[in-house]
Design a binder for this molecule. Sequence first.
Ligand code: ZN
Length: 421
Amino acid sequence: MSSTTLESTPPPRRGCLACNRPLRHTFVDLGMSPLCESYVPAEKLDAMEPFYPLHVFVCDGCFLVQLQEFVSPEHIFTEYAYFSSYADSWVEHMRRYAEAISDRLSLGKKSFVVEVASNDGYLLQHFVRLGIPVLGIEPAANVAKVAIEKGIPTLVKFFGEATARGVLEQSGPADLICGANVLAQVPDPNDFVRGLKTLLGPGGVVTIEFPHLMRLMAENQFDTIYHEHFSYFSFLSAEYIFAAQGLTLFDVEELPTHGGSLRVYARHAEDTARPMTERARALRQREVDAGLLKLETYAGFGEQVKETKRKLLQFLIDARRAGKTVVGYGAPGKGNTLLNYCGIRTDFLDFTVDRSPYKQGKFLPGTHIPIFAPDRIREVRPDYVLILPWNFQEEIVKQMAEVRSWGGKFVVPIPAVKVLD
Ligand SMILES: [Zn+2]
């Protein structure tokens, strides 16, 4: 019967987010995982929890590493728990950026700066202080509200071609459009970059920050893969997407944030006043030399990830068998990917702590590890503190220095499990 044949046919996979070729090659398969920002309140602990595949592919046409979209961004981002201002080093990172770029582009009272995914205004507040007109665009209403209360004009919307046209009509073209940790999160990067092209004034500059795929691969950062991140960019795959919409990447900075990020600088393709910088050329070449334009370079990553899991579990099993107490520090998205993939629950980690009051009193998605305020660690005096946001390890070790006074030790899980000296 023809209907039976139809039903037994697996659903067709969607094509590459960037170039629409069929996706045929696995980069890494982390199994099924809950949405990493959906912290569970106590009254919902017994309810069903949706899990979705974390299966990452690499495109054999444009080499974009990407997740299939299983969850709509509306579902993920309308009530988002991540408030950027809770991480001190991140706020400081963005203050330095605001000052440097205002200088470089000679921004002033007549300029117009737009930030896409402006979160709680952690960046735009610095431009406001410099007297530069700004507009934030932020889809999560609860987060945008915090920015508006701080006096930062914020539009509660997703960014793309349509939103860009609206802003252009209302406020005119932008001299600077910036975005940090947003490009990876858009389900249609072509529409997003088209929006940048539309809103950017002549001679204007776009800067976009994203975690660097080359670092993710070299340093085993598989825990930065989650449903909220659809794409994992190299300079080369970003260049491909920008070029397709008439934007040229002409400069790049390598940043230490999020385990190693790139900040790419784009301009209109026809704006030849800004030639490609030497450092952009050099990074591009390093990616080519690292094999990022060859499929086989991506093929070994899955095994590397499995070995990282085995080593972390080995450490935890040994510690618990020896009667040691182990707790977590932090409740970041990356922690949830790590803990769910490795199957680490309260059998290994008694609890975790987080500075964000939004997360305290709730439970980690999937693993249901309870989240307390950081003081809990001082009360319990554990033997090991596993730092889940390992990208903030220096800051955390400093904040929690007291742990060492009772002989406690800090542990990081990535790139491989390690007890810090
Ligand atoms: Zn592609």
